[in-house]
Design a protein around this ligand. Sequence first.
Ligand code: UD1
Length: 418
Amino acid sequence: MDKFLIKGGKELRGTVAVSGAKNSALPVMAAALLTADKVVVRNVPKVRDLVTMSKLLAFMDAKVTANAIPASDYEIQAPRLNHAEASYELVKTMRASILTLGPLMARVGAARVSLPGGCAIGARPVDLHLKALEQMGAEIATSHGYIEAKVHGNGSRGRRLRGAHIVFEKITVTGTENILMAAALADGETVLENAAREPEVTDLIVMLRKMGAEICGDGTSTLRIHGVKELHGTEHTVIPDRIEAGTFLVAGAITGGDLTITNCEPKHLGAVIAKLQQAGARIDIVDATTIRVRGAEKLVAADVTTEEYPGFATDMQAQYMVLATQAEGTSLITETIFENRFMHASEMMRMGANISIEGHTATVPSDLRASAGLVLAGLVATGETLIDRVYHIDRGYEGIVEKLKAVGADIERVHAGT
Ligand code: UD1
């Protein structure tokens, strides 16, 4: 397995471009299952999870065309879906495979999707996705680790889900996306309350609307979806990755450099920008797609609590923890979204950070945002840092070594076997 070798202490200077959002591209590609027409998706980040998603769609008999793998543009066309199934083999490598459940139920009225199982950051159940689909008329059983869902034929209307009034007990991002896609082709109106307001949810709504879906309430926690008979093809460009942009903002702030981040959406980074400014980083919004970050003379402690959007993202918590280790004073970091998302802390402690944690600490780091946090820690550490098993960072960050190198970091990829 590949490793990263980082020599710390270099200021990062220059310009770095942000790729498309992984968490937007995943539901957008899954949404292509909702139509028999061709769907073109652009600005897809060239990362492993999207290759996995393209394989999953191809397995279901969608025709997936790209000029290379990984690709930034995909053409997907699913005239027929013969295998409405997401196998354990794929789901275990990518939990977001669950995003095919909603579209499959909407389009073919049946699906067999492996249960994702727990992961390093918590139990991460999908009960809310299933409960909502049941309210929409699906019959769901779980057997041998698989979710087996179907809609019974209901006369002239065929095997279609029906609209329902759904109130999520807890805000769930992929749950909201699954129900949006399911409801787009359901009979009647679905009202979804306590929906996630993440920009990736809004991006999916924009795309579904271009396919002919009738949805209102984007950006609010109540979504109304009026089901239509069928959806048609479209072209969609995925929004920039706010987590990648936020990671570079922290990189610029902690290395005391001068970094210009392009192709990003400053509007989606409000909580992160405010927190970094509070900690002393100098951040300027240059224009609608560009942010400049310069390190502070001195970083100062600032407490963070992760929250659903528009709050401070849990996916930025590990990166922020590195900044907190460099700040003067004590920062309190509270994780409210996942029960077990502090594994990176024990690795940072091995690098000399003084962190204490209350609650559970896991020993195996397997969270891609945590890996990004460790890369940032390597950038400011004195001496060399070797980060092993960079598989997780490769899942979510396109060309992170090349991008950091181009702005002055001393980082190399050490290939397995060398
Ligand atoms: C998505 C993101 C992930 C991010 C997370 C929170 C994708 C592909 N992934 O994950 O990067 O860290 O949002 O912003 O978009 N929950 C339940 N029951 C459910 C569903 C969720 O109890 O049926 C709980 C989860 O265990 C968690 C919380 O709700 O504690 C939020 O999870 P959720 O928003 O669903 O995360 P994901 O959509 O899996």
